[in-house]
Design a protein around this ligand. Structure first.
Ligand SMILES: [Zn+2]
Length: 148
């Protein structure tokens, strides 16, 4: 039997449910070890065994996705990137703005970070991932994208 490759990004907002009754009251066996330094139990491993507290099914759980949680998480990541608070993000500047001087790019970065007027009209998915602004007579468009 081959391994199933799971894109962890697809799991943002995902949670396990029982495949038989749909209950989210599911359990998996785990192994915890006492840590003398912290004086707490620390989770060491989670095993494959799964059981539904509602109907008693033993097997593999299915997944559901909490779309609102997922949207809010993506929105927080996009806002954090615009505000310069992401360690593992990358900013790509297209040739047009790149041809401008550092002062212009600094102004553009600050202007994009300051945007906080999102609505159904300019942000239909609620992810704060796109916008446009005018700066010194130039029309600028910005887009954020997340990747795993
Ligand atoms: Zn069940």
């Amino acid at each position: 039997m081959g391994q199933v490759k799971i894109n962890t990004w697809d799991l943002v907002g995902a949670y396990p449910v029982c495949g038989a009754c749909g209950s989210s009251k599911v359990r998996r066996d785990a192994w915890a070890e006492w840590n003398m330094a912290t004086r707490e139990w620390e989770l060491q491993n989670i095993f494959d065994d799964f059981c539904c507290d509602n109907c008693g099914l033993a097997g593999l759980p299915e997944r559901k996705v909490d779309e609102e949680f997922r949207r809010k998480r993506i929105r927080r990541l996009n806002d954090a990137l615009r505000h310069g608070q992401v360690k593992h993000g990358a900013i790509v500047i297209t040739a047009g703005p790149q041809a401008k001087d550092e002062a212009f790019l600094g102004q553009a970065t600050r202007a994009i970070a300051a945007i906080d007027m999102f609505s159904e009209d300019n942000d239909p998915h609620g992810e704060h991932d796109f916008g446009a602004l005018d700066l010194e007579g130039e029309k600028l468009v910005w887009i954020t994208s997340t990747a795993a």
